[in-house]
Design a protein around this ligand. Structure first.
Ligand code: AMP
Length: 503
């Protein structure tokens, strides 16, 4: 059933699937699918991929959290092809950029207009087809690419991070040791096109748990979100801190809503002590774990289980590295700095991904201390081996849990063709979290576009979470040394009384 002698997670996942149990494997929008059903879906797609994608080209999987996506990810892996998840909320301009970069032979899902895709209707038939009812071989090799996740790129086009099967194996084995899940109900928050979903995608199936999906409109429809949470019986949650903060705004987010909840796994952005404290107050006996890591290092590389009474005045640590990675804090010349001193976080070892698609020379991936390494652009420090996060050294931010390069937004604004100068800035809360994104634009002379027209056009190019509030200005204030005075620009917004009406 497997190649070589290494036992890897797909072997274990296949064993779970082959039990064909009637336990719930996947629940979305009130509809549940058993493990027996999931296995059948995977088998159908696996047979199809072996026929249609013999050269094992990456397969684009397009949709929104439907069961086909999860079945397709597993089928791709068993059939030896990398999968490329795209959420259907992604604007078509960006979808096209991804397709141009990947050049897939097979696209699963309802991508209209530009591509001969296998529609979700056809996928459903393939999944239900009973020929080749078993998976006999796992074709994916440890150093093959398991998935390619696209993330905001400073050049204005998304960049694809190539993550190997060995990376995933290392991450999920480590996480499953920490989380210790077995037949749980694992709550999913993030879209599958984000690295933040990798933990719940794999942990759920490896532990024969129910993967309970908090569906689409939930984030805008809090009524539906709370209904789903109440129905879920969720026992393990994989959340971003922003999402927990959103839930905590509602007093009913407590033990009576989720009586079975025993663990929350956080990753992706700064977790505050006040969030942790509130969670303990509302839920009493739960475990709260903070993880840290970029997509380029496969979900997470450090973890820290937080104590019941975090000191609210102190920062939450990122914790200790997993056993097969090493973390260095370095200065600008890549020399290690002493304990307690802040520098860039460099990660080496088993979690470091294969690199960016079509960009093998990218300087962020390097060799450090004789090992494959990734320079994160994160600034942090170590104290007695424990890692702490401080900030970014570049213009990458986290907004509502999403990773955004501000220059990605600016490049897309310039591509509208009528903007002379664009500066996108994050407006922040006093604790450093981003409150909103504001684009200050000087328009070309012959343009009569209004802020709301510009905002509408931008929504055709960028995902909703990347679309800034538009403010047109006559000139940009400068600092004494001739740079754009960002503080003054942001102050001007506050002075006008937060004029956020255009979007
Ligand atoms: P992503 O690739 O979307 O997972 O984003 C990775 C970036 O999110 C990291 O480089 C950090 O800047 C930030 N990040 C991830 N986890 C944490 C954390 N626990 N605390 C603070 N920042 C984090």
């Amino acid at each position: 059933m497997k190649f070589g002698h290494e036992n890897m997670i797909l072997d274990d996942i296949l064993k779970v699937l082959k039990r064909k149990s009637s336990c719930k494997a996947y629940t979305v929008q009130g509809q549940s699918f058993s493990y027996a059903k999931l296995y059948r879906f995977v088998c159908g797609l696996y047979a199809f991929l072996l026929r249609q994608n013999p050269n094992k080209r990456p397969v684009v999987v397009y949709g929104h959290k439907d069961v086909m996506m999860k079945a397709a990810f597993l089928a791709c892996s068993f059939a030896g092809a990398a999968y490329v998840p795209i959420d259907e909320s992604t604007p078509m301009t960006r979808v096209r950029q991804i397709l141009d970069a990947v050049k897939p032979i097979v696209v699963l899902g309802d991508i209209q207009e530009c591509f001969p895709a296998v529609s979700s209707e056809q996928c459903r038939k393939i999944m239900e087809s009973s020929d080749n009812a078993e998976i006999e071989h796992i074709f994916l090799q440890p150093d093959d690419i398991c998935y390619i996740i696209f993330t905001s790129g400073s050049t204005g086009t998304p960049k694809g991070v190539k993550v190997t099967y060995r990376n995933v194996d290392s991450c999920i084995r480590w996480l499953s040791g920490i989380v210790g899940t077995n037949r749980e109900v694992v709550l999913n928050q993030a879209d599958f096109s984000f690295d933040a979903s990798v933990a719940d995608l794999y942990l759920s199936v490896l532990s024969e748990s129910e993967h309970y999906i908090l569906s689409a409109g939930s984030y805008t429809d809090l009524g539906l979100l709370f209904h789903e949470l109440r129905e879920s019986g969720g026992s393990v949650a994989v959340f971003t801190p922003s999402f927990a903060d959103l839930l905590l705004l509602d007093k009913s987010f407590d033990r009576s809503l989720l009586p079975e909840l025993k663990l929350i796994l956080f990753c992706g952005e700064k977790l505050s002590a006040s969030t942790v404290k509130k969670l303990y107050e509302r839920f009493g006996n739960i475990r709260v774990i903070n993880c840290y890591g970029p997509t380029e290092c496969t979900y997470a590389v450090t973890s820290c289980e937080l104590s019941y009474e975090p000191d609210i005045s102190k920062e939450i640590p990122l914790g200790y590295p997993k056993h097969d990675v090493r973390i260095y804090i370095v200065d600008e010349d890549l020399r290690e700095v002493p304990d307690g001193q802040t520098g860039e976080i460099i990660i080496t070892g088993a979690s470091v991904a294969d690199g960016y698609l079509n960009d093998p020379q990218n300087a962020a991936f390097m060799t450090y201390m004789g090992e494959r390494a990734y320079a994160t652009g994160d600034l942090g420090r170590k104290e007695n081996g424990v890692l702490y996060f401080s900030s970014r050294k570049d213009r990458q931010i986290k907004y509502k849990g999403f990773r955004i390069e501000l220059s990605d937004i600016e490049k897309n604004i310039y591509e509208l063709g009528y903007v002379e100068k664009a500066v996108v800035l994050p407006e922040k809360f006093s604790d450093g979290r981003v409150l909103s994104l504001i684009a200050f634009l000087i328009l070309r002379e012959n343009t009569s576009k209004t802020p709301s027209e510009i905002a509408r056009e931008l929504r055709g190019r960028l995902p909703a979470y990347m679309c800034p509030v538009i403010r047109t200005v006559k000139e940009l204030p400068l600092t004494e040394n001739g740079k754009c005075d960002e503080r003054k620009l942001l102050r001007s917004v506050r002075d006008v009384g937060k004029n956020h009406t255009n979007n």
